[in-house]
Ligand binder design. Structure first.
Ligand code: MIC
Ligand code: SF4
Length: 648
């Protein structure tokens, strides 16, 4: 069958629907991953669905986000996750093993397979040729129950890579260049698929840096072909038997060309990953912190580069340098090659193999601090310091800056280091706990700490939604704005009543009180509402506070799905300019009885009407009216089980 790489994989996995851009298709899911911050909720939902064991080829539960143990909450959640993995037939990756996406790329991702993960950077596995999509935890729970996952058939954009990266320029600069061109919403409804002669000049971890941060364009996913470079990587990971050749042999819907030879070091400026400029234009500013790591830039290649640059230097007096390696494999190699010494000797603070500062788990910058990070998001306040300025750069720029104390174009350092990658990686899977056989797993008791509260129940939606506009926000509002993360709030992820007290905390601290006082109401927003993470808490917690509908100019994909999953009606203005004719405090009424594409909003305060629409399929509408996906899925799974029992 001919097609682009993405088309070949999607078409092979379609169980319902037509393969045409914009059509809704249901896909069979081969692999799932969760991480701990989204995982507890996902597994509570999986338990509620009520099947005895996961029905995927491979499901894995990683622990990498909530690794600070300042009280019982995070360790309790981790014990819950470990017991759930044992009971339901999952792999479990213990804390300290590494960041989910780095580990998955090293040990489990496979070309040609479809992976969904309850983390928006799941497309990292696109670097190995896997069709990997970020989703809300409930969607992952449903996939673990063996049900298909629905997406709109994407438009496939071919990104043609020519030339070869110059010295001091690396994969991060490729994705920053893509972001410079299409910004944080240019990828919506699309898959970014890389092709062309430049592809073979990039190793799998470099490709994964690019597909990882493709998430920031709003794309459904990003993918590279699976070629000889992929084969070499998989053989070096002793997984050569899982390699397949997967290349495009069809036209793309749209093409973007990037000549790698013409790129220079780039940076995303505060407070958006799409706000990209050449480092040479902004170099020289004094910096208070450099942070290296995250699922974007923590591979062995990246940390070898950092070690080679730092070798023989001490970091500048005016800053701190933190490094979070992506996995234990990376660390073991750095120890074996002696390069870990260069990092330690330079004064770098080596943190654990986890997300760490990327999600505000420690290493917050000082007041008004400038922090140079190799991460993928620089949303305001995400670092833990509201007035900090975060710049996103490559490991080369970060290391050069750590030495000089000011934002530095690494080309100024002189000779470009040559790094040597191992022919074979050190394989040590002893921190993955393998699934138990069914006869043993049934005996396992689930361990629940006091922080794990039962899932809230939501009832069917009424035909008319009434209430006040509780808040009005602008364009590109992120899920970090809606439901902040960080060391203090993340431990509340399994306790919806508690976490809901933090909704819109930095935007409007009294929002939760107001929402409860008014008996719920509406959120009004601009373009790309809900961009960023996959956290379903950004829907679940507002729902708990009584939010009935979110009315915006446009939505980000995963957040839209999460709103539907938890029974919040996602509506858009037919005329975006109507956004200006509705204000916070207005009393409004929306009839959703039939959920047709033409919906009227009656503004009782202004005595006016606004035309709304939506992109809901019939099934979405049914799920919404039922009050969300969990009640719906329980009924569906019940039907499937009944048929199964009859046939047995
Ligand atoms: C993020 O980078 O924002 C996170 C934390 O990894 C989230 C998931 C979460 O909120 O738990 C994501 O990207 O989906
Ligand atoms: Fe973890 Fe940061 Fe990657 Fe999210 S973006 S998975 S917090 S490293």
């Amino acid at each position: 069958m001919s097609g682009t790489v993405a088309e070949k994989i999607i078409n092979e996995h379609i169980v319902v629907g037509k393969p045409a851009p914009g059509e809704e298709v249901a896909l069979k899911i081969d692999q799932t991953l969760t991480q701990d911050a989204t995982g507890t909720m996902a597994y509570l939902q999986f338990e509620a669905i009520g099947i005895p064991r996961v029905r995927t080829e491979l499901s894995i539960s990683y622990v990498d986000h909530n690794t600070l143990q300042t009280d019982f909450k995070n360790p309790d959640d981790h014990r819950y996750l470990q017991s759930v993995a044992k009971k339901y037939g999952l792999y479990f990756s213990r804390p300290g093993n590494g960041i989910c996406h780095q580990l998955h790329l090293e040990r489990f991702a496979r070309p040609g397979k479809i992976l969904i993960g309850s983390d928006s950077h799941t497309p990292t596995a696109g670097g190995i040729g896997s069709f990997a999509i970020g989703a809300g935890g409930l969607d992952v729970a449903v996939a673990m129950a063996g049900m298909p996952y629905r997406i709109r058939y994407p438009q496939i954009v071919g990104i043609k890579l020519t030339g070869k990266l110059p010295e001091w320029v690396s994969a991060k600069d490729v994705i920053l260049e893509v972001l410079r061109r299409i910004d944080v919403k240019g990828g919506r409804g699309k898959v970014l698929e890389y092709f062309g002669p430049g592809v073979k000049t990039l190793s799998v971890p470099e490709r994964a840096t690019i597909t990882n941060m493709g998430t920031e364009t709003g794309a459904t996913t990003s993918i590279f072909p699976s070629d000889e470079v992929t084969r070499a990587f998989m053989e070096a990971q002793e997984r050569g038997d899982h390699w397949i050749l997967l290349e495009a042999d069809a036209e793309y819907d749209e093409i973007m060309e990037i000549n790698l030879s013409e790129l220079e070091p780039l940076a995303a400026l505060p407070h958006s990953p799409g706000n990209v400029k050449p480092v040479s234009e902004i170099a020289g500013m004094e910096v208070q912190q450099v942070a290296i790591g995250s699922c974007t830039n923590s591979s062995l290649r990246d940390l070898k580069m950092v070690a080679s640059i730092l070798k023989g230097h001490t970091i500048a007096d005016n800053l701190h340098l933190t490094i979070n390696p992506g996995s234990r494999q990376v660390v073991e190699h750095l120890i074996e090659s002696g390069e870990m010494r260069y990092l330690v000797a330079s004064g770098a603070r080596i943190l654990e193999n986890a997300c760490g500062p990327c999600i505000g788990m420690g290493a917050a910058p000082p007041s008004h601090g400038i922090s140079i990070r190799t991460f993928n998001r620089n949303f305001e306040g995400r670092s833990g310091t509201k007035d900090a300025q975060i710049f996103l750069v490559s490991p080369e720029v970060a290391a050069a800056t750590a030495i000089k104390g000011v934002l530095t174009d690494p080309g100024d350092l002189g000779d470009y280091p040559r790094i040597e990658m191992p022919q074979r990686f050190i394989i040590n899977d002893n921190m993955f706990i393998r699934p138990l056989p069914p006869e043993e797993s049934v005996k396992v008791e689930i361990i629940r700490g006091p922080n794990i509260k039962p899932l809230p129940d939501f009832s069917r939606l009424p035909d008319t939604l009434e209430g006040e506009v509780l808040i009005k926000v602008g364009d590109n509002v992120t899920t970090d704005h809606i439901m902040p993360a960080g060391a203090k709030i993340l431990p509340l992820r399994s306790n919806i009543p508690e976490i809901s007290k933090h909704v819109f905390k930095a935007v409007d601290p009294v929002f939760p009180h107001r929402a409860l006082d008014k008996g719920g109401g509406f959120i009004i927003g601009g373009e790309n509402y809900g961009q960023g993470s996959s956290r379903e808490h950004a829907a679940l917690a507002p729902k708990y506070l009584g939010v009935k509908a979110v009315i915006v100019k446009s939505f980000a994909r995963i957040h839209l799905a999460n709103l539907i999953n938890f029974g919040i009606v996602p509506l858009t203005f037919k005329e975006p300019a109507d956004y200006h004719f509705i204000d916070m405090g207005d009393d409004i009424e929306v009839v959703i009885e039939k959920l047709r594409s033409d919906i009227k909003l009656r503004n009782l305060t202004k005595d006016s009407e606004i035309a709304l629409t939506h992109s809901l399929s019939e099934l979405d509408a049914e799920i919404l009216k039922t009050g969300g996906k969990l009640p719906w899925v329980k009924v569906e799974v019940g039907k499937i089980e009944k048929v199964k029992r009859k046939n047995d």
